[in-house]
Design a protein around this ligand. Structure first.
Ligand code: MGD
Ligand code: MGD
Ligand code: MO
Length: 682
């Protein structure tokens, strides 16, 4: 490879590519990249190369031994963000774990989406029904806690999203509710809000709809249950009350509700900024209720379900349950446990203690709350195996790091975005280069480990925990091909109708547009609750309303921390690519009024402390952040990994301020936005 360039013949992106994507070349050929399996030979971060066979023999033997002693309860797993765009990871990791009965699963989802999943499960019957705005025909888009001009849309796939939003703004309005005047807010309309208080604004908007007779009750009751319960439970949240909590003027909240309801083609869209507060499930439920009560659910130009050519519920777990754990009954949301339990599972002695940990493309010491305690826990493991492109802050504690192949080194059919595409599209891509060095893709590792672990456990006469006839075997591309064929999705190409398959996609290397746009009006048919209706209310939310009644408004002078992402960063990585990182200097953004209160000036150093921890940061004084709020990008504070450029960047680990035990218990989501902090000059 010499260059990565956009594909102008791609019918979906029409030649748009993100700067992060073109940097993949620098990563594939990064001299710091891991190209051979590594074995720990001393303290954290001390490794020597080892052969695959030696590594896998030892890993499988030790894993089998741990499972013989402690059963599947003795093993935990973390699935990091990059697995989302690897189909090999999607179809192999969870099935591998399920095959061996391993259920203690943790993932980045508790840091970005379990509240969304929980709300979807309650309302629509599946954790993976995420409504998306029909951008093509929407004239009024209300964006809450998302920054699509930087993130490029999350659970919303539209490669040229800025053009889509510009078109909506030209036809009507795009309004962004966010504690910061983000890149998106700046381009359109901004409603500043105090972090972790959207619930008040949403409840007050819903109340305004009822009060002003803007809800078509008959239409709402025809598609949803719980309309009256929701109305009754939240009746106390008037716009005046909401203003005291969220800082948005009451008149503005009420007007926003009316404008939203009255716009014929409107949709509310929310992402991570609504998913990491102290009431995140209820907040997301209210967000969806706002759409439905205003008549926007399943409407053309409204909030709808996408038209995926395959049913992803067959690829991913979509249920929610309560699991009995060593720490009492806990939410298990689409097979995700609350992140705080990971360190507890490792550090708490007794039956069921986790001794083995498998981490797939993650960096939880930086990306998740409670990094310091986590380091202690990781260091206490009997067996820690990571799969990554680099030695990072987390896997430096591993006993083995297996070298991963980048997306340029594997054939793939990305599936995760399929249900969220504003213009349905699919593409199969061949590997561009072979796996570099001795690197391997996820499914090949899990096939290998699966075979070896199977042999160990089957050969053990005393092992009652495992009685499978054959080892698991994963073939991601053919698996998706099967799902496509089973789905019966047909498409007309060049005047001929043909069933969607990998073969068809392979004949169209630029990708295939599957439809002009979304159907929208078929959304109700995608609801999979027992009665086929949307459930706006669930008894599980009752205690949440009680908590809401008891919650106090932000104290005067209180500062609430939230985090942001930047265009040239990807969570805790891509920081070894000089062209991306050289323009970045993480800093705490603070409003001039709050800066004066804290005796801080632009460029100063400050100490930020919370009940959980303390960090030192550079300060940027800017009126783009709301009063009472401060923010810092996440994913920084590199040290101890082998990424030399990244280690040289200034910055702190903002998650040291997050309390791993805080958050929304019903969705197992972390509290990352709205952490109360004190900021003092250094
Ligand atoms: N405070 C705060 N914390 C946050 C967030 C926030 O906004 N604020 N955001 C949260 C969100 S949304 C997420 S998704 C998480 C992400 O957090 P994690 O899931 O922990 O993932 P990353 O930080 O993206 O780290 C990815 C690792 O995977 C490796 N990697 C990249 N590509 C591949 C590959 O193809 N194969 C293999 N084997 N490895 C690969 C990289 O080298 C890197 O070490 O962070 C969360 N943490
Ligand atoms: N360039 C880039 N793109 C990315 C990523 C990346 O790291 N870099 N990460 C990817 C990943 S893993 C994900 S999950 C997606 C996330 O996609 P988005 O959700 O669009 O990403 P964010 O930029 O984190 O947007 C969240 C917004 O919520 C705001 N916010 C914080 N707290 C609150 C609050 O209490 N209320 C409200 N209303 N808003 C709040 C923040 O200021 C921020 O603007 O982005 C993906 N895309
Ligand atoms: Mo994420």
């Amino acid at each position: 490879m010499t260059r990565i360039a956009p594909d102008r013949d791609n019918p979906h992106s029409h030649g748009h590519v993100c700067v992060k994507g073109t940097s993949a070349l620098d990563i594939a050929y990064d001299p710091d990249r891991l190209l051979r399996p590594m074995r720990r030979v001393g303290g954290p971060g001390e490794f020597e190369p080892v052969s695959w066979d030696e590594a896998m023999t030892d890993i499988a033997g030790r894993l089998a031994d741990i499972m013989r002693r402690g059963g599947a309860d003795a093993v935990a797993n973390y699935i990091g963000n990059p697995t989302a765009y690897s189909n090999g990871a999607q179809v192999s990791i969870r099935p591998f774990l399920a095959h061996f009965g391993i259920w203690k699963m943790f993932s980045a989802a508790t840091q970005d989406a379990t509240a969304r999943m929980m709300a979807s499960y309650l309302a629509y019957g599946s954790a993976f029904r995420f409504p998306i705005p029909d951008l093509d025909r929407c004239d009024f888009l209300l964006v809450i806690g998302a920054n699509p001009l930087v993130s490029h849309g999350s659970a919303l796939t539209a490669p040229r999203i800025r053009e889509d939003l510009d078109a909506i703004a030209a036809r009507g309005r795009v309004i962004v509710v966010d504690p910061r005047e983000t890149e998106t807010a700046q381009r359109y309309e901004h409603v500043p809000i105090t972090p972790d208080t959207d619930i008040w604004m949403l409840a007050a908007m819903i109340n305004t709809l009822f009060a002003d007779d803007l809800v078509d009750l008959e239409a709402a009751r025809a598609i949803a249950t719980g309309v009256d319960e929701l109305r009754e439970r939240l009746a106390f949240v008037t716009p005046d009350l909401a203003e005291r909590y969220c800082g948005v003027p009451a008149a503005r909240i009420a007007q926003l509700a009316r404008d939203f309801a009255m716009a014929p083609r409107a949709a509310a869209y929310s992402r991570v900024g609504l998913c990491r507060g102290s009431f995140s499930t209820l907040a997301v439920v209210l967000h969806d209720a706002l759409n439905l009560l205003a008549g926007k659910f399943g409407a053309v130009g409204g909030s709808v379900f996408g038209d995926s050519p395959i049913d992803l519920t067959r690829v991913r777990p979509t249920g929610v349950e309560t699991r009995e754990t060593r720490f009492g009954p806990k939410a298990y949301v689409a097979s995700n446990l609350h992140f705080s339990m990971l360190a507890d599972e490792i550090l708490t002695p007794g039956k069921g203690r986790v001794g083995a940990f498998l981490m797939e493309s993650g960096n939880i010491v930086l990306s998740a709350p409670g990094g310091s305690r986590l380091e202690e826990a990781l260091d206490a493991l009997e067996l820690f195996v990571a799969h990554d492109l680099y030695i990072n802050e987390t896997n430096r504690y591993a006993h083995y790091i297996l070298p991963g192949a980048t997306f340029l080194e594997r054939a793939d059919v990305p599936t995760i975005g399929l249900p969220h595409m504003v213009r349905p599209f699919a593409q199969y891509t061949d590997a561009v280069i072979p796996p570099q060095g001795e690197t391997r893709n996820e499914h090949s590792i899990f096939n290998d480990l699966g075979r070896r672990l199977h042999d160990h456990l089957v050969a053990d006469p005393g092992a009652s925990l495992y009685q499978r006839e054959c080892a698991p075997l994963f073939d991601p591309v053919s698996k998706i091909d099967g799902h496509m064929r089973d789905g019966g999705f047909e498409i007309e190409v060049g005047g001929v109708r043909e069933a969607l398959s990998i073969d068809l996609l392979a004949r169209h290397p630029h990708g295939l547009a599957l439809a002009e746009g979304l159907t929208c009006t078929n959304s109700l048919s995608k609801v999979v609750t027992a009665d086929g209706l949307v459930h706006l209310w669930n008894p599980i939310l009752e205690p949440e309303v009680e908590r809401l009644h008891a919650a106090a408004p932000p104290a005067p002078g209180e500062l609430r921390l939230f985090s942001i992402r930047t265009l040239k960063s990807m969570n805790s990585w891509l920081h070894n690519v000089d062209k991306l990182v050289r323009s970045q200097r993480p800093a705490l953004m603070i409003h001039p009024g709050d800066a004066a209160m804290c005796r801080l000036v632009d460029g100063a150093r400050a100490q930020v402390s919370s009940a959980a921890g303390m960090i030192e940061v550079d300060v940027r004084v800017t009126a783009s952040v709301a009063r009472g709020a401060v923010c810092y990008p996440h994913g920084w504070g590199h040290r101890g990994g082998n990424w030399r450029r990244a280690n040289g960047v200034e910055g702190a680990n903002v998650n040291l301020l997050a309390d791993p035990r805080a958050g929304d218990a019903i969705s197992a989501s972390s509290l990352l936005d709205g952490i109360v902090v004190e900021v003092t000059p250094v």
